[in-house]
Ligand binder design. Structure first.
Ligand code: UN1
Length: 484
């Protein structure tokens, strides 16, 4: 994407393919604060009807959208690859994940509810019920332009809210397609509106709007911290899912080929542009050299290029800004004294001549305090740190300010369970890569990685509801015997 001016001097968002910037997908006029105001009004008008729609029926709209998306899986995946850059198989995986979320939350339409409890008082029923919040805002990142809207919008809708979706301005088309499919599935007008524009205009207007009852954000810590502070300032509900510095620990009794494959998949899949990407390998010294060699072999075997082409196994970075950031970290790694084992350069000729490509990069001899071992890079750059024990590995991982996800490759159940117990991350994998999440289990992190509650599963639905507790004396006489 770039922002430019049209013939009359108005600003336009130019949506381009990051693998080939001559491939322009669309030019869009960015929306403004005035558009946000009008969208909020429309959402307020649509809300009562949607709130009154029985939850199973709300769920059915999601189920129909899931079925439509499944029919169009190939087209959606191709559009996603063109807009975001990840290779086609990854794009298909992302579309399928969004479909899973729609399907999971469609079923929640039948389960939405609270619980009953006995009362201290006779002839009295106590129960809690879940109700929608009203108008809510959802702000999603460019790296999962289909799955992220699905995992926030689906629970918000089945709970009965009216939703304003602001996708990243780098990837607006896939998000628009998502909204169109829901409309086709029967979602009434005004219940879901997409607003394309800059975070500083549209995002801020949503976060500050007094009628927006909750904000669900995924993106960087910098932006998320600002969203959290602003929304908290007016006592709105907020959830922020932010960065990660996700480590894979490899112990001597691990299956080393499996570990290397998992590290490479986590580090270079989606070109490292996911909050769950593996960017730190914490290797026991007995196996560090072997695992390092195996990971380097895998990095060198990757074929970089346009993700639409057969045989390409790693796509570009999303734009020039991301390319500069990643190259900056590679430079820093060199200066900090880490050993470059492979990669380290921009690729700008042959199939990579017209896009934002960088080599998959691995650094060895990285110190745990180096910036490349501490900070989220969001690109295909892996740092390898050596440790002498599980305790030392835990010190490295728990010393990070992030706490999204982690992984251990080991054989011994005791070692594995000590890691699972003591690691300070919201998600932990055993003998599998750090990436991924499934609709039916909570997703999210601790420390700098997230605040405001987990997403996905029932927990993701809770955020978009308010609980009401009901005390119902069905004879009207229980108060007389109330001992309190
Ligand atoms: C995944 O690893 O499949 O922004 C999901 C992100 C995350 C999504 C990761 N919210 O990268």
């Amino acid at each position: 994407m770039s922002t430019t001016q049209d013939a009359r001097g108005a600003r336009v968002i130019v949506d381009t393919n990051p693998a080939d910037t001559t491939d322009v997908l669309a030019e869009l006029a960015p929306q403004t604060r005035g558009d946000v105001e009008r969208a909020v009004e429309r959402a307020k008008r649509a809300y009562p009807g949607w709130r009154a729609t029985p939850p199973p029926e709300r769920g059915r709209v999601l189920a129909r959208a899931a079925a439509l998306a499944r029919e169009r899986l190939d087209d959606l995946a191709r559009l996603l690859t063109r807009e975001e850059g990840k290779i086609l198989s990854e794009a298909r995986g992302e579309v399928l994940k969004g479909i899973n979320l729609l399907e999971w939350y469609s079923g929640e339409g039948f389960r939405l509810g609270g619980r009953t409890r006995p009362s201290e008082m006779p002839t009295t029923l106590l129960w809690s019920m879940r109700q929608p919040l009203g108008v809510v805002a959802v702000i999603t990142p460019w790296n999962f332009p289909w799955a992220e809207p699905a995992w926030k919008v689906a629970p918000a809708l089945v709970a009965g809210n009216a939703v304003l979706l602001k996708p990243a301005s780098l990837t607006p088309l896939v998000a628009q397609r998502f909204v169109e499919i829901l409309a086709e599935a029967g979602l009434p007008d005004g219940v879901l509106t997409v607003l394309v524009g800059a975070g500083g205009d549209v995002g801020t207007a949503l976060v500050d709007h007094p009628e927006v009852r909750a904000v669900s954000f995924t993106g960087s810590c910098d932006v998320g911290g600002g969203v959290y502070a602003r929304a908290a300032g007016r006592l709105a509900k907020v959830t922020c899912e932010m960065g990660g510095k996700n480590a894979v620990v490899v112990m001597p009794d691990a299956d080393l080929d499996l570990a290397a494959a998992g590290i490479a998949q986590g580090a270079f899949g989606s070109t490292g542009q996911r909050c769950t990407a593996t960017s730190l390998g914490v290797l026991h010294r007995d196996v560090a050299v072997r695992v390092g060699d195996l990971v380097v072999d895998r990095a060198r075997a990757l074929r970089i290029g346009n993700g639409l082409e057969d045989g390409v196994t790693m796509g570009p970075l999303v734009d020039g800004g991301q390319l500069r950031t990643v190259l900056g970290y590679i430079e820093r790694g060199r200066h900090e004294g880490a050993r470059l084992l492979t990669g380290g350069h921009r690729l700008d000729d042959g199939p990579c001549a017209r896009g934002f490509f960088v080599e998959p990069t691995v650094f060895g001899d990285v110190g745990p305090s180096h910036r490349i071992a501490q900070e989220e890079i969001f690109g295909p750059v892996l740092s390898l740190v050596e440790v002498r024990s599980l305790e030392e590995a835990l010190e490295v991982v728990n010393g990070l300010r992030y706490g999204l996800t982690s992984s251990i490759y080991a054989g011994d159940a005791n070692t594995i369970m000590r890691f699972v117990d003591d690691v300070e991350t919201g998600m932990v994998h055993v003998n599998s890569p750090t990436v991924g999440g499934e609709a039916q289990i909570p997703f999210g992190g601790v420390k700098w990685s997230g605040v405001g509650g987990r997403e996905m599963a029932e927990e993701g639905l809770e955020f978009f509801t308010e609980l009401k507790s009901v005390f119902f004396d069905y004879t009207g006489r229980a108060r007389a015997t109330n001992i309190y």
